[in-house]
Design a protein around this ligand. Sequence first.
Ligand SMILES: C[S@@+](CC[C@H](N)C(=O)[O-])C[C@H]1O[C@@H](n2cnc3c(N)ncnc32)[C@H](O)[C@@H]1O
Length: 288
Amino acid sequence: MSPERDGANPWTEGWEGEIATRWVALEDALDRALAPFGDAALARANPQPGERAIDVGCGCGATVLALAAAEGARGQVLGVDITPEMLARARERTAGLAQVELLQADAQTHVFGADHDLVFSRCGVMFFGDERAAFANLARALGPGGRLTFVCWRPFADNPWMNVAFSALRQVMPEVAPPPVEGPGPFAFADAGRTRELLAATGFGAIAVEAFDHPVSLGADLAAAVRMATGTGPTGRALPAADPPTRAPRVTVIRGSGARTLGKMAPASDRRQEKMLRLLRARQAPSR
Ligand SMILES: C[S@@+](CC[C@H](N)C(=O)[O-])C[C@H]1O[C@@H](n2cnc3c(N)ncnc32)[C@H](O)[C@@H]1O
């Protein structure tokens, strides 16, 4: 895994290995930080008892559990992810739930049954190598009138929990380029107009895009906030490339430089920053 240099995009290089290990280690903190956004998306998706859902890029399984609870024993939830470490954790968490199936596959190309009611994702649809092929594939997984609901990031500049640490990182690693403004990457769908066009061109209609802001907690204290901000997102992507002896000093710089903002994102503060995501809903277009 190397940071983005000379136009290379680190987000196409996958989630396995150290990135996945860190994500799994931060699972509780990430689930707490992402829960308000995932819950808002789930409320819009409105999963019903007995429905069949796909959770794209399901990660460690938090939203698979929520979908399974909403759809009940008669429902079916297929959690799909490319990363074995994430799926192993999701398997542990969903053990005993007969309505859950977990699949290691690329959601861009996997041939799904065409009878699902809902395609859902909490921040798992922004990393496709070919976004058109991927969304056309997801549209084919839906039965007539089936719904797509996902939550994804608004622009990097609007997300301090990622950009504060990243700005500090660039003081010591100026060669690292900012994350791409179009996919694949966390900000692939930051542009609402472009995203609408993509969905309309790949078999979706009744497209609704909604901005959703909510305070975010990065952890119990500054140390936890620094762990989150340096272990995930664009900063987490760039740091594994640092030689191990230089990683710690770089984290120290980030901690020092970002302390004020990151400290505010710990729950002890009453002035937490907001994290801003875009909620997206669409229906499979009947004319597809
Ligand atoms: C930002 S994480 C979100 C994980 C989870 N949805 C959550 O909210 O905790 C993105 C996830 O998408 C998965 N992913 C990336 N590209 C994928 C693809 N083409 N097909 C399936 N999963 C993919 C990654 O392995 C990772 O688990």
